[in-house]
Design a protein around this ligand. Structure first.
Ligand code: F6R
Length: 593
């Protein structure tokens, strides 16, 4: 996790650093800091989000070089000492780091025996000191960086200043993202393009083990073999990085309200003139495979459950669906010709990168479903399909989930040229719009009840169960209420013991096949005192149901009515006074395992 920025030669380094870090807050926001050269290295850092830096930084920064960091704590609690930048013991070098150094304990011992002292609990301070140690020996920063990368195990994107080089910002990366922005009379770096898009649309992507420096005029990069390389510049559209709230009080609300547009855009991107527009090779590959392994984490894993079920039910392809971090340590490749679908909104999730490395050792083709073009994962897979959901800023994923489910449905439709999927998806758009225009007040009333409780249950079967899992995750991550999703049929096998007087139970009933069993489950929990809220479709509804929507194809719950679950989590969190967009302990891009 963590976000980093850096600049050389920019006019207002203070603003670039702080505003840039604000754009990267989705990567972590428990502490933040900035470092620059003003004769000597100066550091300003503290716990809290990057905006707080405006309170502690001098009003004007006279420095050619600046680095900044927003942190999601891994080694050491969020504290001023553990915040980045970290400075080396002899104060020659300061750096910011995104990643995790696996052998930092051995490296710290190595340095301790050579007289180094440490003032934080972080792995990053070890990097600063080790680099200084090599620099003081070699008197050459590039040589020192080569020695450093030979010693470091783990992941790192580093932005480094050295007191002896007032015009250069050094950089080094492995397995964590780092992008260089090319300016006129200045150059920039950052974890992604968002902090830089107001300054340039030309970027240089660094590969693993690349290192070098930027100055006002130059971008100098050496590769894994320590050869100087001419990196090609890529042009990125700057629009897609906009963090404009467009009048909404929170990103989460804005993003929920964009779901209908996102679904429309997906359909028109992947289906035109009565034809699916997916890469023919991809469809052929999927058809020829005899087993599809779906991998994802959190919300993306929940989408993979839907995808797997669709491929099984509609395309008759056997599938397994795994939480990526579970699969990574015991990978299996069933069938003669397996194919792997990785789902990741950010395209940067470390657990999936771990899986991809394992897959790359086999002769197995891969598809990434992501919202982030050019992400780390997309560079290692056979095919990439974009969600075109627009940037998702709120840590809790909403529109990206609906888009993942919609795209998986389209893909399943494309495999057997089943055009009904497209009509079914178009129907969901009306349902989503209806919810947006009619249900928010009623959902707020349900939120008033939920917010008073410590425990909540969600019930559903099949596709409604997959949605329950997602609904439950959303509620717990932003309202800190314990919630569980249970398949209706499993209640009697244990969880029903937890039903008590007044416990809120939210039930989705949208599948004609399972509706009557679900009604039975409702009676079971009601008779034990539960306070039940039912969300159903017209054809399956009862008068007492809380929210009733138009009928839609049962397998599209994740698209049609996920907004109900998202609004509910949103309002509960809001009513409890929490930071909806930035829940505690979380980050949007989970780049550590
Ligand atoms: C929950 C949420 C997370 C992510 C998970 C995977 O709202 O957003 O559970 O889904 O961290 O992230 P991606 O999809 O970026 O791989």
């Amino acid at each position: 996790m963590c976000g980093i920025v850096g600049a050389v030669g920019i006019q207002n380094p203070r603003e670039y650093a702080v505003e840039g870090l604000k754009m990267l807050e989705y990567r972590g926001y428990d502490s933040a800091g900035v470092g620059f050269l003003d004769g000597r290295i100066k550091l300003y850092k503290d716990v809290g989000s990057p905006s707080h830096l405006y309170d502690i930084l001098p009003a004007k920064i006279n420095s050619n070089v600046i680095i900044g960091h927003t942190r999601w704590a891994t080694h050491g609690k969020p504290s001023k000492e553990n915040s980045h930048p970290h400075i080396s013991m002899y104060k020659k070098i300061a750096l910011v780091h995104n990643g995790v150094i696996e052998n930092f304990v051995e490296l710290r011992e190595f340095l301790t025996t050579r007289g180094y002292c440490f003032y934080s609990q972080t792995d990053t301070e070890v990097i600063a000191n080790l680099l200084e140690y090599f620099y003081l020996e070699s008197k050459d920063m590039l040589k020192a960086m080569v020695l450093l990368k030979e010693k470091l195990e783990g992941s790192y994107a580093l932005a480094i200043v050295n007191e002896d080089y007032p015009d250069r910002l050094f950089m080094l990366k492995k397995a964590s993202p780092l992008l260089v922005g090319k300016g006129k009379g200045f150059n920039l770096i950052a974890s992604d393009a968002s902090p830089m898009v107001n300054y340039t649309n030309e970027f240089v992507e660094l590969d693993d083990f690349d290192y070098g420096y930027i100055s006002k005029e130059e971008i100098v990069v050496f590769n894994k073999e320590n050869k100087k390389v001419d990196k090609k510049t890529i042009i990125k559209s700057t629009e897609s990085f906009s963090h404009d709230l467009k009048g909404y009080p929170h990103y989460m609300l804005k993003e929920i309200e964009e779901i209908d547009e996102v679904v429309k855009r997906l359909v028109s991107t992947y289906y035109q003139d009565d034809k699916y527009l997916f890469d023919k090779e991809l469809i052929k590959d999927l058809k020829e495979s005899d087993h599809i392994i779906f991998l994802g984490c959190g919300t993306s894993y929940h989408a993979s459950l839907v995808g797997g079920r669709l491929f099984e039910n509609f395309n008759n392809i056997s599938t397994t669906k795994y939480i990526a971090s579970e699969w990574a340590f015991h990978p299996t490749f069933p069938g003669e010709k397996p194919f792997v679908v990785l789902i990741s909104q950010s395209g940067e999730t470390a657990d999936l990168i771990h899986c991809l490395k394992i897959i790359q050792e086999k002769d197995v083709h891969t598809l990434l479903i992501t919202n982030t073009a050019g992400s780390t994962l997309s560079r290692g897979v056979t095919y990439t399909l974009l969600l075109h959901a627009g940037v998702e800023v709120s840590v809790a994923s909403t529109k990206a989930y609906a888009a993942q489910v919609a795209l998986l449905a389209l893909l399943s439709g494309a495999i057997d040229d089943n055009k009904k999927v497209v009509d079914d998806l178009k129907d969901t758009i009306k349902v989503i719009e209806y919810i947006k225009n009619n249900f928010k007040e009623r959902i707020q009333k349900i939120a008033d009840v939920i917010k008073e409780h410590q425990n909540v249950f969600y019930l559903g079967r099949s596709f409604d169960y997959f949605l329950s899992l997602e609904a439950s995750l959303k509620l717990k991550e932003i309202s800190y209420i314990h919630s569980e999703a249970i398949p209706g049929g499993e209640l009697k096998h244990g969880p029903i013991a937890l039903i008590s007087q007044g416990l809120p139970v939210i039930v989705f009933i949208t599948d004609p096949l399972t509706a009557s069993s679900m009604r039975g489950n409702i009676e079971e929990v009601k008779s034990r005192g539960a306070n039940v809220f039912v969300i159903s479709t017209k054809e399956l509804s009862k008068e007492s149901d809380s929210l009733v929507v138009d009928n839609y194809a049962y397998y599209l719950s994740g698209v049609a009515i996920s907004s109900v679950a998202f609004y509910l989590a949103y309002y509960v969190s809001l009513k409890k006074g929490y930071n909806v967009d930035k829940p505690r302990n979380l980050a949007k891009s989970v780049t550590v395992e």
